[in-house]
Design a protein around this ligand. Structure first.
Ligand code: AMP
Length: 289
């Protein structure tokens, strides 16, 4: 299958409609580009479960609260197209904000309510971020109308926001894929390429913290505060600026827990130099990798 590349969301919408009219299934992977192996695990899964994989590459300005972060975000559409062609994707599309929201005509795009799970964590440190995510993802779902859409657990809170959105819209089926990591544990991220070699070493504190908390859970620790202390202790060993390092009960995600937890997800955000990284782990998972 040759990759069809298109820089007009309206043309992508027509192609997707054609595919659906032929009765073929469509797996959709929304991304911000600078694609890496983590993204490709989603594309391959989409191809295993659908006839076609359609990938969007759009650095969505609505979800950046910091203009410099938006400018610095890595972009390489030609390399993205090469990776997607090699992976067997059918379609890559991109576009400008005004093409996605022509009705806004240069004015502000009305943002969607991202739902209850957008509170706290990323929602606290990146105000407006999830409203921006929900707004573009809803628009992408409308354009592509995929059979299934694929998201990475690496952005766990985002997955929760998207699952809520898909329930509200009544489609599509959302598939959450495991976090893909480098062999030393670092969660793959487009932002990793902004790290110097020394910063990359320091960045390992995030996954180390999560794995230490996982070990503590396996050893029987269930107390939220003590699990958070394990995260904090590991992060304190490196020069990283922690924004949050918290443990949440996924069944009561919006609440900060206290006391013993029946299940737990640990979530971290930290700045390493100028680069902001996030990672998370299901502490009760058999195999944390
Ligand atoms: P991004 O381009 O960072 O917006 O990511 C696009 C999609 O790829 C999102 O659903 C991410 O959660 C997912 N993703 C990014 N990095 C990884 C990773 N290391 N493992 C699994 N999924 C990932």
């Amino acid at each position: 299958m040759t990759l069809l590349s298109c820089n007009d969301p309206a043309a992508a919408e027509r192609w997707c409609a054609l595919v659906r009219a032929r009765g073929e299934t469509l797996g959709f992977v929304p991304t911000m580009g600078a694609l890496h192996e983590g993204h490709l695990t989603l594309v391959r899964r989409a191809l295993r479960e659908n006839r076609h994989a359609c990938v969007s590459v759009f650095v969505n300005p609505l979800q950046f609260d910091d203009a410099r972060d938006f400018e610095r975000y890595p972009r390489d559409l030609a390399a993205d197209a090469r990776l997607l062609a090699a992976a067997g994707a059918s379609m890559l599309f991109t576009g400008e904000l005004r093409q996605f929201f022509p009705a806004a005509q240069g004015g502000a795009v009305p943002c969607r309510d991202p739902g209850p799970d957008a509170q706290g964590l990323e929602g606290e440190f990146r105000p407006g971020h999830f409203a921006g995510v929900a707004t573009i993802v809803a628009r992408l779902f409308e354009l592509v109308r995929p059979t299934r859409a694929y998201f990475g657990a690496k952005d766990y809170q985002q997955c929760r926001v998207v699952l809520h959105l898909a329930r509200e819209l009544g489609f599509p089926q959302v598939v959450v894929c495991p976090t893909s990591r480098d062999p030393d544990g670092l969660a793959r991220s487009s932002r990793n390429q902004l790290l110097s070699p020394a910063e990359r070493q320091r960045a390992l504190a995030l996954s180390r913290g999560l794995f230490a908390a996982h070990d503590a859970w396996r050893a029987g620790e269930r107390d939220a505060a003590r699990l958070e202390a394990v995260l904090a202790a590991e992060l304190a060993r490196e020069a990283v600026q922690v924004e949050y390092a918290e443990v949440r009960d996924p069944e009561r995600f919006a609440l900060r827990p206290s006391g013993a937890l029946p299940r737990a997800r640990a979530l971290i955000a930290a700045r390493v130099g100028r680069v902001r990284l996030i990672d998370n782990l299901d502490l009760a998972a058999e195999d944390p990798a």
